[in-house]
Design a protein around this ligand. Structure first.
Ligand code: C2O
Ligand code: CU
Ligand code: CU
Length: 499
């Protein structure tokens, strides 16, 4: 049955199918949500994550090669504490190079795990990260130039949480795995035999690779058991290119309390939330009504038709019909199902009106302005970019090169960056710091709605205020790039020093 027929014209509240795969192996739906092990990373020796290769059955019975950090897919959740060193060894037990990039961490370039910091097969890299930034939900992943998409797709990613003992979030649910639940959402594609597929065809280069099945923490359509009452969900869009617009099937409101890089000043009531690749959100959902409910997502087109050039409501997609990717515009699909654990009461009953410990932006006035234009074609024409030859993706007319430094920045100076997108929308990410989004397409953005970010969705133009407080030398520069991993791998990335 095709999804489109199934949904018909009815409202999504009737039933929301999982994305319909072409795979014939049965989906193992309804498994309990796996909660990644939580490792407290302090200054003591001995904490490590090892990139390993394994096999895993996502679909019934069919094992497929995967990568993971110390486990067969994804990795443990690393918990670090503000004001304390985090000593960690990243080991590489694979036959290919990897890096350990701490996405969102304010660490110097040589600790950032960018593409120039490859850990060779059989090698280890031990570091002590000095954690000094707001509590929040960050993540880590491999970042080898040209292979990030493939490596993350196969599992080389995990969550990284920062706690701030000076700003305790006592009023928010914080019992990991119980009322504070990590949800790493990823779309994947499987062959008929249940093998993970990652084929980098022309379409993937243009739009980014999209799967037709949704995994949460590595399993399909999981059931999340939650206590009756307030529960915090930490959402990470860990997909290569898919954008989600999450909401609950019954339309219930929830509170948005944190974005990429820490708490918002006050909880924000919402009924849906959009996350582009690499973006995070912490939301508080009230399950006091003890009703099971599904977390669903609308399909957000980022294609050339649905993205920057046209109104992105998916109208174009619906008009096109015919089962192409772009036609998925108005559809919804299931992400996870929540059921109430009747034996457990939630510890937190009410939400605070304001969020103590929320970072306050202190970026001041910019001393300099820079523009970054994310380019799709670079003069090659669409056919050339889609069907082979050298990929035509870049920034400011240049494809990423490992031995070229694109900018040299000054430590501690605030800058205003204008980022604009050709052809389609892109999630723009910057290493080494967090930034403030100040405008989108010429309209001011309210900080209270975005908080501090390290990824900004650029659908047209966005302006950010940014400052770096750590150095990055030419041998280990910081990156900025599109976080559609196929775009990044194809060269929509640049690198800069800070001194
Ligand atoms: Cu999430 Cu440059 O990385
Ligand atoms: Cu990053
Ligand atoms: Cu992009």
């Amino acid at each position: 049955m095709r999804r489109r027929d199934f949904l018909g014209g009815a409202l999504a509240s009737l039933a929301v199918p999982a994305l319909v795969g072409r795979a014939s192996a049965q989906a193992v739906a309804g498994q309990p949500l796996p909660i990644p092990a939580l490792i407290d990373i302090g200054e003591e020796a001995g904490n490590r994550i090892d990139a390993i290769a394994g096999r895993r059955a996502f679909l019934d019975g069919a094992k497929t090669p995967v990568l993971g950090w110390s486990q067969d897919y994804l990795g443990p959740t690393l918990k670090m504490r503000r004001g304390r060193g985090a000593r960690i060894t990243a080991g590489n037990k694979l036959e290919q190079g990897i890096t350990a990039h701490w996405h969102g961490l304010h660490v110097p370039g040589w600790q950032d795990g960018g593409p120039l910091s490859v850990i060779a097969p059989g090698h280890d890299l031990e570091q002590t990260l000095e954690i000094d930034q707001p509590a929040g939900t960050y993540w880590y992943h491999s970042h080898v130039h040209g292979r990030t998409g493939e490596q993350v797709y196969h599992g080389l990613a995990g969550l990284l949480l920062i706690d701030d003992p000076e700003a305790p979030e006592a009023e928010l649910p914080s019992d990991y795995g119980v009322d504070d639940i990590p949800l790493i959402v990823q779309d994947r594609r499987f062959s008929r035999r249940g093998e993970l597929r990652y084929d980098d065809d022309g379409m993937a280069l243009m739009q980014g690779f999209r799967g037709d099945r949704i995994l949460v923490n590595g399993v399909l359509a999981p059931v999340v058991r939650v206590p009756a009452g307030m529960v915090r969900l930490r959402l990470l869009n860990g997909s290569n290119s898919r954008v989600y617009r999450f909401r609950f099937e019954d339309g219930r409101a929830f509170h948005h309390v944190a974005s990429d890089a820490g708490l918002l000043p006050a909880p924000l009531r919402r009924t849906e939330i959009q996350l582009a690749p690499a973006e995070r959100a912490e939301i508080i959902v009230d399950f006091a009504d003890r009703q099971p409910v599904r977390l669903i997502s609308a399909d957000v087109p980022i294609s050339m038709m649905g993205g920057g050039m046209m109104d992105r409501g998916g109208m174009m997609g619906r008009m096109m019909g015919g089962g192409s990717e772009a036609s998925e515009g108005g559809d919804v699909f299931e992400v996870a199902r929540f059921e109430i654990d009747q034996g457990r009461e939630a510890k937190v009953a009410t939400l605070p009106a304001t969020l103590a410990g929320a970072p306050r932006p202190d970026l001041g006035e910019p001393v300099r302005r820079r523009s970054f234009r994310l380019n799709m074609m670079m003069g090659m024409g669409m056919m050339g970019a889609m069907f082979g030859g050298k990929p035509g993706l870049g920034i400011n007319g240049k494809t990423y090169e490992m031995d070229r430094i694109d900018q040299q920045l000054r430590l501690g100076e605030t800058e205003l960056w204008e980022i604009s997108a050709d052809m389609m929308a892109h999630p723009f990410h910057v290493h080494g710091t967090s930034f403030q989004v100040v405008s989108r397409n010429g309209r001011a953005v309210d900080y209270a709605e975005t908080g501090l970010k390290d990824v900004v969705w650029v659908d047209g133009t966005a302006e950010i205020l940014i400052r770096f407080d750590h150095p990055a030398r030419p041998d280990a520069p910081y990156m900025y790039h599109c976080h559609i991993l196929e775009h990044e791998d194809a060269g929509m990335m640049g690198q800069f020093t800070v001194s």
